[in-house]
Design a binder for this molecule. Structure first.
Ligand SMILES: [Zn+2]
Length: 146
């Protein structure tokens, strides 16, 4: 049995200024080869931004998602969470285990918990094309042995 996450969903948020409903497409997964426009928006920093059609307010809506760049063989997972550092480390551990078990070799995985880190990481794989400089998954939360 496969549990499959939809690539995108329609979602809705309340405008922080007027409380009006703002509908938007929530992407769970982007592939830089398939989603060229969205990838451009991500690297330009406008991806998470929405405009209220009622009052014109612009605001960001951050959400967990993944980004795949086949060219540099990089996969970046952004997890939006208010959990503690300990829980985050656990998440990274679980994902490391998953990646190892799946045996996805030659791919670089990175987990980030901050939207700015996510955008920076995507820019990095898109513009610098140095996959070896992307930190492997296990290194992300290894602050203790830094
Ligand atoms: Zn509004």
């Amino acid at each position: 049995m496969r549990s499959e996450m939809k690539v995108k969903d329609l979602s809705e948020v309340r405008c922080p200024k007027c409380g009006g409903r703002v509908k938007f497409t929530l992407w769970n997964f982007l592939d830089s080869d398939l989603n060229i426009e969205e990838t451009y928006m991500l690297t330009s920093g406008s991806f998470f931004m929405h405009t209220c059609s009622n009052c014109g307010a612009r605001f960001n809506v951050y959400h967990s998602m993944s980004f795949n760049d086949p060219r540099s063989r990089s996969f970046i997972k952004y997890i939006q969470t208010d959990q503690s550092e300990e829980v985050k480390r656990e998440l990274v551990r679980d994902l490391s285990k998953f990646v190892k078990e799946k045996g996805i070799s030659g791919y670089t995985f990175k987990v980030v918990f901050d939207p700015d880190d996510f955008i920076e990481s995507v820019r990095h794989v898109r513009f610098e094309q140095k996959p070896s400089s992307i930190l492997p998954l296990r290194a992300i939360c290894g602050k203790s042995d830094a």
